[in-house]
Write a protein that binds this ligand. Structure first.
Ligand code: GDP
Length: 299
């Protein structure tokens, strides 16, 4: 089941947390042990604010109850859930036809795969979907998106390698409008090496889309690879400034020990998190339940 997949996927994250906390439970819970627990939580990617809150809670309760590993994990799960609850928001159909979803993120983050996964989910909800291969810098990205489109049976608008991405997006919206498509998902280039160019390109796409509908793009979804660790936070900062990000998808939470990054990102930026990726197949993207997610991370 999906729940088993979630817990299985985040196993390395919870195991790493356990390793970092090893040996801290046999000790008296004095200021030094509390410091060490706080440090272990930071090393586990949960972020400094969360680590401090958990430390404070343990400090407040240490005289009234035995501080076992189980109790510490319970407190962690509880605090993580509190942070994830307000940001867990599935990407929904907003009744704008077409609803334009711009998908951004660095190359290799899982953008193409995530677009296919999102398309499939909307299809399952009875929505008509169209894709636009806006990453015109990489022939491989265009090719890969075409393969996905064919596999799931959705139309795709694509151009030549090196073509104008904004022009392609414009043409895709026109075609989606003509065909009465519910949701248009637009891929974009993700070369962080040339930030100015990337910024200009995303700004141009936004401008062109806004000309057709001031509310467009209706969603700007940033795809982040959990395995890139702290780079997740710097990527949010760059893209938030460049492209007015409205929500996040975090991929590759399966098999990484850095799942805590989801919590750190949620805590620091408070952006909606639409879904998580826990595998390479088309069904491995799901909205998440904050309580399950918190439990899977805390172990
Ligand atoms: P893009 O360059 O951002 O478009 O990235 P791709 O969609 O091509 O993905 C890069 C690699 O990451 C591919 O091998 C994908 O199969 C893989 N990938 C994407 N999402 C996930 C995920 O949630 N889990 C795992 N394990 N792999 C993923």
């Amino acid at each position: 089941s999906w729940r088993e997949k979630l817990f299985g996927g985040l196993k390395r994250t919870s195991e790493k947390l356990g390793e970092n906390l090893t040996g801290l439970f046999a000790k008296p819970l004095d200021a030094q042990t509390l410091d060490e627990i706080e440090e272990a939580l930071i090393v586990s990617d949960l972020g400094p604010a969360m680590a401090m809150r958990i430390r404070d809670r343990l400090e407040d309760t240490r005289h009234s109850r035995p501080i076992t590993e189980e109790y510490v994990r319970e407190v962690i799960a509880d605090e993580v859930e509190k942070v994830l609850k307000p940001v867990a928001k599935p990407l929904e159909f907003k009744a704008a036809r077409p609803q334009v979803i711009l998908v951004i993120g660095v190359n290799g983050s899982g953008k193409t795969t995530t677009i296919a996964k999102l398309a499939k989910r909307f299809q399952e909800q009875g929505r008509s979907v169209m894709l636009a291969a806006g990453d015109t810098f990489r022939a491989a990205a265009i090719g890969q998106l075409k393969v996905w489109a064919e596999r799931i049976g959705v139309p795709i608008v694509s151009g030549k390698e090196g073509g104008d991405a904004a022009g392609l997006a414009f043409s895709a919206v026109q075609q989606a409008t003509e065909q009465g498509i519910d949701i248009l998902i637009v891929d974009t280039a993700g070369r962080l090496q040339n930030r100015t160019e990337l910024m200009d390109e995303l700004a141009k796409i936004r401008r062109v889309l806004g000309r057709l509908d001031p509310a467009s793009p209706h969603d700007v979804v940033l795809v982040l690879d959990a395995t890139s660790g702290n780079n997740v936070l710097s990527q949010i900062e760059v893209f938030r400034d460049v492209a007015q990000v409205t929500g996040l998808v975090m991929t590759k939470l399966d098999g990484t020990a850095r799942g805590g990054m989801l919590v750190a990102a949620a805590e620091k930026y408070g952006l909606p998190i639409h879904a998580i990726g826990v595998g390479e197949t088309i069904d491995d993207l799901r909205p998440f339940d904050p309580a399950d997610m918190a439990r899977a991370i805390a172990g």
